[in-house]
Design a protein around this ligand. Structure first.
Ligand code: ATP
Ligand code: MG
Length: 212
């Protein structure tokens, strides 16, 4: 007789603008994958991020392809188009609903940095979020989690994980590229080359990033 109980997969979801994806994102995803023994981590680049409408965000297709390039070598990392193919602003609740419908056999773990987790109560349908996934808050240099916010989170649905500190942000990568400073080793090599090829984050300098 065989055990008919279906085995549920454990799937991480790493949402982000990824403009560009950098090693802080990749280390957070890798660390949480190992911590929770996840079968897969799905990176979900946002369509139009509702929090970032004040600045121009690179076209979704560029952000999607940079995410594919950055994750290609890891057999447990995949990239989803759910958010970039959906019309309108991206809300995490929609990301989780769509992924959950596509993977009914999976328990979802939403991976988020300390800055984003602190804002969680301002997220669209914050209450519904905790029903859709376990939340994993990753420490991030420069962003201390407000103890009141942590205390208000449902402790059975949120885990805080300390990850190796990488003080890298996409904002800083964009600014460095614009100023002609190197972004090598802050983002994967293929992403540096993609940024140069497509002249993302242009500066007034003709060829800003020197090859090492
Ligand atoms: P931006 O500066 O444009 O906001 P970002 O570096 O914050 O970019 P996002 O795409 O906004 O990157 O972040 C996606 C997710 O990754 C968020 O949950 C964020 O908190 C988390 N994250 C980003 N960088 C780090 C890092 N260095 N360490 C831990 N978590 C991070
Ligand atoms: Mg951010």
């Amino acid at each position: 007789m065989t055990d008919a109980t279906p085995v549920r997969r454990r799937v991480g979801v790493m949402g982000g603008t990824f403009d560009p994806i950098h090693h802080g994102h990749l280390v957070a995803a890798s660390e949480v994958q190992a911590w929770f023994d996840l079968d897969e981590v799905v990176f979900a680049p946002t369509g139009r991020p509702w929090q970032k409408s004040e600045r121009d965000v690179s076209p979704p297709e560029h952000r999607y392809l940079m995410t594919v390039i950055a994750t290609a070598a890891n057999p447990r990392f995949t990239v989803s188009r759910v958010d970039i193919d959906r019309e309108g602003p991206t809300y995490t609740v929609d990301t989780l609903r769509d992924l959950s419908a596509a993977m009914p056999d999976a328990d979802l773990y939403f991976i988020t940095g300390a800055d984003a987790l602190t804002d969680i109560f301002s997220w669209h349908d914050a209450d519904g979020l905790f029903e859709l996934a376990q939340f994993v808050g990753c420490t991030r240099p420069g962003y201390d989690m407000d103890p009141e916010t942590i205390a208000a989170l449902p402790s059975s649905r949120v885990t805080i994980v300390e990850i190796p500190a990488l003080a890298i942000s996409s904002t800083d990568c964009r600014e460095r590229q614009r100023r002609g400073q190197p972004v090598w080793y802050l983002v994967p090599d293929g992403v540096v080359q993609y940024i140069q090829k497509h002249r993302l984050y242009p500066s007034s300098e003709p060829d800003p990033t020197p090859t090492p």
